[in-house]
Design a protein around this ligand. Structure first.
Ligand code: AKG
Length: 247
């Protein structure tokens, strides 16, 4: 019905999210550790389509030469293969479990640290918040390549989303390592989802291999800086997809 309002509960239902989309163990891991790795989310055919669409992004090549990291952008307008990413039931169930209220996408782009590049300092994806405050952001990385210990995989500090004090500035420098940090290794086709208040970062790609991910950050709807439907969205997008994009 034109003009009908849609709520997050409708979106979750339309995207096939139910109470059991995540198991009790998965929810517990997200609560305690602040992250989860889901294996085999993308099958070989979908992975191949996503890789091809990722590589079709020519302007990002220019950016790569300057920063050493490619960031293919505007993905939704470029290829329908991306539609199933930000509307995936497991992803939405995990994001809703973290944020517990209406949310939307804040950022959806590729990230590909080329050999020799990609080291970041440990950071969170949202400002530090007091323990009594809710979570404001949640991020997901979709692995288009394997994550190994040498090709620039994500590092994170399990449980740091529950800290009552921010990480000291010196520990946030790219060359600093935290004793509790863990490097995530996983197969292409996996999805890493983490609380936006968890300390994490990309690491330097010390291999000759690529380490492409799709990077999605969701934020609580009331805190989003996107307050209307983005322009020129493809006609094929469902009402749920449009809502998730800020409409
Ligand atoms: O690509 C990664 O491993 C993490 C990237 C990240 O944390 C960022 O770009 O803020």
């Amino acid at each position: 019905m034109p003009g009908a309002t849609i709520e997050i509960e409708d979106v979750l239902r339309q995207c096939d999210v139910t109470e059991t989309t995540l198991s009790a163990d998965e929810k517990d891991q997200i609560d305690r550790l602040g992250f989860i790795v889901l294996s085999n989310v993308m099958d070989a055919g979908w992975l191949a389509r996503l890789r091809t669409a990722f590589e079709a992004d020519e302007p990002s090549e220019t950016i790569a030469r300057q920063t050493g990291t490619r960031h293919p952008a505007d993905l939704i307008r470029k290829d329908a293969a991306f539609d199933g990413v930000y509307t995936h039931p497991k992803l939405l169930a995990a994001i809703h479990h973290i944020l517990r209220r209406a949310f939307q996408l804040q950022n959806f782009a590729g990230r590909d640290p080329l050999p020799g590049f990609g080291q970041q300092g440990l950071h969170t994806d949202w400002m530090f918040r007091a323990p009594y405050e809710p979570n404001y952001a949640a991020t997901s990385l979709w692995l288009l390549d394997d994550f190994s210990t040498t090709n620039g995989a994500t590092r994170l500090i399990p449980g740091s989303h529950l800290w009552e004090r921010p990480l000291p500035k010196a520990m946030q420098q790219p060359n600093a390592n935290h004793p509790e940090q863990q490097t995530i290794t996983a197969k292409a086709g996996s999805v890493l989802i983490f609380n936006g208040h968890l300390y994490h970062s990309g690491t330097r790609n010390d291999s000759k291999l690529s380490r492409r991910v799709l990077q999605l950050t969701f934020v609580a709807r009331e805190a989003s800086r996107i307050n209307s439907t983005p322009e020129n969205l493809p006609d094929r997008l469902t009402p749920a997809a449009r809502y998730l994009l800020g409409g």
